[in-house]
Write a protein that binds this ligand. Structure first.
Ligand code: PXP
Length: 237
């Protein structure tokens, strides 16, 4: 069964709507852990639109599972990561104008910069994963720059307009998982996964971890965060 990493960015989005102290992403992380989350994911964006530096510091101190810091490879963020030393970091592309991480990293075009950032984090004892599209060339490039883990972007599958497209993108993910495993990489997946589509991805053999945020935080508004996490875990199981 794949592990479940819960992304708590949108708890901070709600807090930042009023720039107050509620809801607290660190307490939310605690509730996720109690409900069975295997790791906590948080993205420290350059524009600090949701998670703030102080959140990352508190999460690092307080969570009992694993902190997975999503980050760009901007020097400022790399230096914060090396100081805070999360258990894991996931390199993602970041564009200020995007609503969410819209696609995977272009490892081919940015190989040198990614390799340099990756090596800095590795030296700091941090496991690094690269968030990439389910594309053979990007997977091969990820391996070449020294990555040991890739997280496959499931957005195309999640946003498919009809069943035919959905099947096509699911097959694309399946093929990418096999290819990455054959290259000796660990495979995670995430983006756009929800209570209706997660089973199809969780069934794919070889995916070790699913990272899910938006749908869980939305569901939490109706049934509470621990129940939302438990329900997602149940579906994955
Ligand atoms: N994994 C990565 C690398 C992401 O960037 C995101 C979005 O922040 C997620 C997983 C979770 O995506 P969602 O919020 O759509 O579940």
């Amino acid at each position: 069964m794949p592990k479940l990493g819960v992304n708590i960015d949108h708890v901070a989005t709600l807090r930042q709507a009023r720039r107050g102290s509620m809801p607290d992403p660190v307490y939310a992380a605690y509730l996720c852990e109690v409900a069975g989350a295997d790791s906590i994911v948080a993205h420290l964006r350059k524009d600090r639109r949701h998670i703030q530096d102080k959140d990352i510091k508190s999460l690092r101190k307080k969570i009992k599972t694993k902190l997975n810091l999503e980050m760009s490879i901007a020097p400022e963020i790399v230096s914060i990561a090396c100081k805070i030393k999360p258990y894991q970091a996931t390199f993602v592309p970041e564009r200020r104008e995007e609503l969410t991480t819209e696609g995977g990293l272009n490892v081919i075009a940015n190989a040198k910069k990614i390799a340099a950032a990756l090596s800095k984090l590795k030296k700091a004892g941090i496991f690094v994963s690269l968030f990439i599209d389910p594309d053979f060339k990007q997977i091969a490039a990820a391996e070449q720059v020294g990555a040991k883990i890739v997280e496959l972007h499931t957005g195309r599958f999640a946003n498919a307009k009809n069943n035919l497209q959905k099947k096509k993108f699911l097959n694309e993910i399946k093929a990418a998982v096999s290819y990455a495993l054959a290259k000796g990489l660990k495979v995670f997946a995430g983006h756009g996964l929800n209570y209706s589509n997660v089973k199809l991805i969780a069934k794919i053999k070889g995916i070790e971890e699913l990272n899910i945020g938006y749908s869980i935080i939305c569901k939490a508004l109706y049934i509470g965060l621990p129940n939302a996490v438990r329900q997602m875990r149940g579906l994955i199981r």
